[in-house]
Design a binder for this molecule. Structure first.
Ligand code: SF4
Ligand code: SF4
Length: 443
């Protein structure tokens, strides 16, 4: 086995090992959330996933961005079929091992090249939209710092990867023309052959061309392996999570609020003395410590696992915020920020668990990041959930956090406090008891 193959296997093993560790941590973090059943109606779920995740049906609502995104998505999925060939070549020291496919191989390589060009162009357009045209949803304050850098970094990386892919093929094609015995004549190169002609690559020596081809080959595969591990700390995690996240979508009507069974039982018992009050919830172990169920959400442990998966699946596209009536009328609320804050808090909690082996209260919570003002600005219109291309539900997090404010902290808006008191005392939102309801008939 050659040194190159040994080196390749070591790099591959390290990248896959690191990725497996990152995935384990991700799954552990998502499982910090409360249990929730989302396995019902599997046929309907597959249909939603096929339409929304595979078919990108919500992306094309904005056609320019939608079509460009589909090109990048198709390019990412299809060009990476070539990674299989790279892996086999890297391990066994072969070159273009699938070239025996003949005409079909030509078709594949030619298609990859057109897609690579499409991805290259789409990424340049995305960079211009973000940094040149500065669309409002891409220059909002919540994207300052790492989120903006992350978005640009990934676009530059994809441009670099596609450039390396085309340059690698251009050098390969040139070596094929020069009759180098290692470079089997195979594949169709509609873009890279044109590049090779423009830059007159066939005038270079075989040694220089091999150096270019090998450098691009290594850059391409190391770039892909690095990308795989970078995903986990990036908004681009949606590449992996979009499909399961959409599969577990809420199937009920968007605006239907989740009931709180324990409260419903409590109320039933208050209204009917024959109904016994519910048992207090038993403490349960999460991240190595005993926790009791709360009313609403103080921290990530009180949200359902699906809300935590939502947070990791957020692409930070801002489509939700751009249709949010609260945000559009100048309120502090941005549903995208709700998702980003939830993910940041979940990551923070994960780091505490990593450091100590179990959860240790750090004195912070979701409410440290998300203010009451943001929470109370939500009208629960669900325009955000309708707009989200990966069926994320920020409203559920907002409602759970509000429930905590009301039921555990008694922190509400002044206008709501009297309504809550009236409901509690009079069974109605008005300041009159039930015995006074028909008084108007006497006047
Ligand atoms: S449900 Fe709330 S967060 Fe979502 S769009 Fe409406 S107001 Fe904004
Ligand atoms: S919640 Fe959905 S729409 Fe909003 S930023 Fe995240 S992915 Fe985009």
């Amino acid at each position: 086995m050659s040194i190159s193959s040994i080196l390749f296997i070591l790099v591959l093993a390290a990248a896959v090992g690191l990725f497996a560790r990152n995935v384990r941590r991700l799954v552990r973090n998502i499982r910090l959330g409360r249990d929730e059943q989302r396995n019902d109606h599997p046929a309907e779920r597959w249909g939603v996933m096929a339409r929304v995740a595979l078919g990108q049906s919500k992306m094309v609502v904005r056609p320019v961005a939608g079509i460009l995104h589909i090109i990048v998505y198709a390019g990412f999925v299809i060009i990476n079929i070539e990674v299989l060939e790279i892996l086999i070549d890297g391990i066994f020291g072969t070159h273009r091992v699938f070239s025996f496919l003949g005409g079909f191989y030509d078709f594949l390589i030619g298609s990859f090249e057109w897609l690579a060009l499409g991805v290259w162009v789409a990424c340049v357009v995305f960079l211009v939209r973000r940094n040149g045209i500065k669309l409002k949803r891409f220059v909002m304050k919540e994207l300052d710092g790492w989120p903006r850098t992350d978005a640009n970094l990934i676009l530059f990386t994809e441009i670099a990867l596609m450039s390396a892919f085309l340059l690698m093929n251009a050098a390969d094609w040139s070596l094929q023309q020069l009759g180098d015995p290692h470079y089997v004549v195979a594949g169709a190169y509609p873009i890279s052959a044109a590049l090779a002609s423009v830059f007159d690559l066939t005038s270079l020596s075989s040694g220089t061309l091999i150096a270019i081809e090998r450098s691009c080959w290594w850059f391409h595969i190391i770039g892909i392996l690095a990308f795989l591990n970078y995903l986990v700390v990036s908004k681009h995690l949606h590449i992996l999570l979009a499909f399961p996240n959409v599969w577990y979508s809420k199937l009920k009507p968007r605006t239907e609020m989740a009931n709180m069974p324990r409260i419903a039982d409590e109320v039933k018992s208050m209204m009917d003395p024959s109904v016994p009050p519910p048992e207090p919830p038993a403490p349960h172990a999460v991240a190595g410590v005993e926790m009791t169920e709360r009313f609403g959400a103080r921290d990530v442990f009180d949200l359902s696992w699906k809300s935590l998966m939502d947070a990791y699946s957020c692409t930070e596209c801002g489509r939700c915020t751009s249709v949010c009536p609260a945000n559009l009328t100048g309120k502090l609320l941005s549903p995208r920020k709700i998702m980003m804050d939830t993910r940041d808090r979940l990551e923070e909690v994960g780091r505490v668990i990593d450091a100590g082996g179990k959860w240790a209260d750090d004195g912070k919570s979701l409410h440290t990041r998300i203010t009451d003002e943001e929470l109370w600005a939500c009208t629960t219109c669900n325009a955000c959930t309708q707009a989200c291309p990966v069926n994320i539900d920020p409203v559920n997090i907002i409602l759970e956090m509000r429930r905590y404010l009301v039921m555990e902290e008694s922190r509400t808006r002044p206008a709501l406090t009297s309504m809550f008191n009236n409901v509690e005392n009079n069974g109605a939102p008005w300041a009159f008891g039930q015995d006074k309801r028909l008084d108007w008939t006497n006047s």
